[in-house]
Structure formats: structure tokens, C-alpha cells
Design a protein. Structure first.
Length: 88
């Protein structure tokens, strides 16, 4: 295999690993936050609106981490800036 083939293979494997970590960590955080919100709702049902609003804001922030990871992985896969140096 040529140097470019090895580089493309390595960047693809690195992108897959980054996406795996980038999806697993927010998924665990979302599960924990939903679990905690449900426990809070069970203890104080009268605070439902406040807990729900705060939960949705927190879930949006957590989801943005996964989206940022996806954007970086797509940049690495389709427009890798280091590939220009190998082609010279």
C-alpha cells in the first residue's frame, strides 16, 4: 500500500474511534440527566415545569457536543488538511 492509502486508512480509523467516543459520552450523560430529572419529578411533582425546562436546555447542550464531534469527523474524512502535505 502507498503512503496515501495508509494515511487515508489511519484517518478513517481515527474518525471512527472519535465518533464512537463522541456518541457514547453524550449518550451516557443524557441517560444520567433524564434519570435524575425523573427522580426529581417523583420527589417534587409541583416543580415539573422548572425541571422539564432545565432538562431540555441541558439535553440540548449535551446533544451539541455530539454534533460538534460529527462535524469534526466529517471534516477529517472529507477535507483532511494533512492530505495536501502528503500529495506534494
Amino acid at each position: 500500500m502507498t503512503t496515501i492509502s495508509w494515511f487515508v486508512l489511519a484517518s478513517t480509523v481515527a474518525a471512527l474511534a472519535a465518533m464512537a467516543v463522541g456518541v457514547i459520552a453524550p449518550a451516557i450523560a443524557m441517560g444520567r440527566s433524564i434519570c435524575t430529572a425523573l427522580e426529581s419529578l417523583a420527589r417534587q411533582p409541583e416543580a415539573e415545569k422548572s425541571i422539564t425546562r432545565t432538562l431540555f436546555i441541558g439535553l440540548a447542550m449535551i446533544e451539541s457536543l455530539a454534533i460538534y464531534c460529527l462535524v469534526i469527523v466529517l471534516i477529517v474524512l472529507f477535507r483532511n488538511p494533512l492530505l495536501e502535505y502528503l500529495l506534494r
